[in-house]
Design a protein. Sequence first.
Length: 628
Amino acid sequence: MNNTEIAKKVIEALGGRENVNSVAHCATRLRVMVKDEGKIDKNTVENLEKVQGAFFNSGQYQIIFGTGTVNKIYDEVVALGLPTSSKDDMKAEAAKQGNWFQRAIRTFGDVFVPIIPVIVATGLFMGVRGLLNALGMTLPDDVKTYTEILTDTAFIILPGLVVWSTFRVFGGNPAVGIVLGMMLVSGSLPNAWAVASGGEVTAMKFFGFIPVVGLQGSVLPAFIIGVVGAKFEKALRKVVPDVLDLLVTPFVTLLVMSILGLFVIGPVFHVVENYILFGTKAVLALPFGLGGLVIGGVHQLIVVSGVHHIFNLLEIQLLATDKVNPFNAIITAAMTAQGAATVAVAVKTKNPKLKALAFPAALSAFLGITEPAIFGVNLRYRKPFFLSLIAGAIGGGLASLLGLAATGNGITIIPGTMLYIGNGQLFQYLFMVAVSFALGFALTYMFGFEDEETVTEAAVTEKLVEEETTGNVPAALQDERILAPIVGQAVALSDVDDPVFSSGAMGRGIAIKPSEGVVYAPADAEVTIAFATGHAYGLKTANGAEILIHVGIDTVSMGGEGFDQKVAQGDKVKAGDVLGTFEAEKIAAAGLDDTTMVIVTNTADYASVTPVAEGALAKGDAIIEVKA
């Protein structure tokens, strides 16, 4: 099937031209905005020739073709009448995707995801302190005080973090947001926890009748204050003259919002928050593990719907009030079952392409990211996904019966082990993980997957005959070392926040967090791809390695702004030659991650492709070793 025929099949499977709002592409994926997701024949798309996977992300249906191929398919679908999109169009369209509830949950995710790392760190500190106590170690008073600083600070100033992040998401000044948030927990106010304990500390009475306390540990009130405050600040900026903006806008914003926050929004939404927390605890406390059974069974369905970030709000609120998080173990059960189903597919299939996709996707799941397993493997074959839901439900019910509760959130399965070391539940946690894995694997292996037809001997013979008759025999690959194309800090590919790269679906390699904005050639090579947007380069080295350098995640949406390409397709370059430059500040201003991926896209042609770099990288340092 040629590219034109594939393009026609893609358009047909998308529901026809009339179902497509716009199409764009990056280095590996065709990105399509559709009017009605229900009209897409996803099974047909995923089984088309040259398609390596497909999934929804950021309101886009993303079809993975790989480097080089995606350019050709894009040209074909545009020639067949699909409308293209600009950077602003793509962002605006993505923002409108889904119903109001889905958009609201996406916003929750945008606010709370940046906060999760400090909650994770706090949970790990709690685990270490609990471990020391379990070992019978008596800490000196000064050391004990220090551990309390490590474990309590994030929750004491939690409203400040929430208001800061909310201002950032809704377009306000984050500095104003964090000061406003810290006002809500000022030491001059009665501590909310001390008041709630019923001791000598009581609420202040403003104007003789309004009870006011600090908002320590509050999440929902801080979020609402952040939303209202950011919108108020933006509205104020439109009417305040530019010459007075620096003085008037922050002054009025902090004055008005501190009054509203302490006297109106805080008290009202604190009551609402308590009702939500009460309902959450009631579900988790259902008898016979029913709460865990239900949540464990539906969690990965919620991930598919894209509204799973609602759990961030609930988990953080539980941690702020009770210092424990029962959701974590239940979610871990669901994710373990998902990864186990993927392992079962990988073990059972004889298709090398599917094995190469499934094993890295499963590893990604066990490290806490299930999207590659869901979209790349399990949903594609349907039964593995739904059988993993059954296994996840049973594992979640077991987690509830065992009373498992983490000391933090944001990490699960393998890294999540750290959240149970200090609370005396490590053995129970490992037992729950083992049961969830065994069920997910066994159900899928026995009932959930029938192997595809493997590549036939005839196809291999045909290729050999073609090479023999045409003389077009590929040159033998040679061992070589790929050099760092960017100065920065080495990052494991599995840690990259993009399932296509982190799963290894595009090949093995390494990522780099840049400290300079220059892209160098990593070897003597020919430039096979040079995007006009300047965000990605494809090269084929003199020794046969095919390399993709992708600057940033989703940076194609910037339309080339902040990028300056120095080479063209077909150019010959030497190791260390400049391929292009980029401005990290503009990538950050666009709300994107500048982490750069360096992928050997023909990994399957080599006996091994091994990252060899750690820590700081200088120009010319070896980062990947390939062996033929």
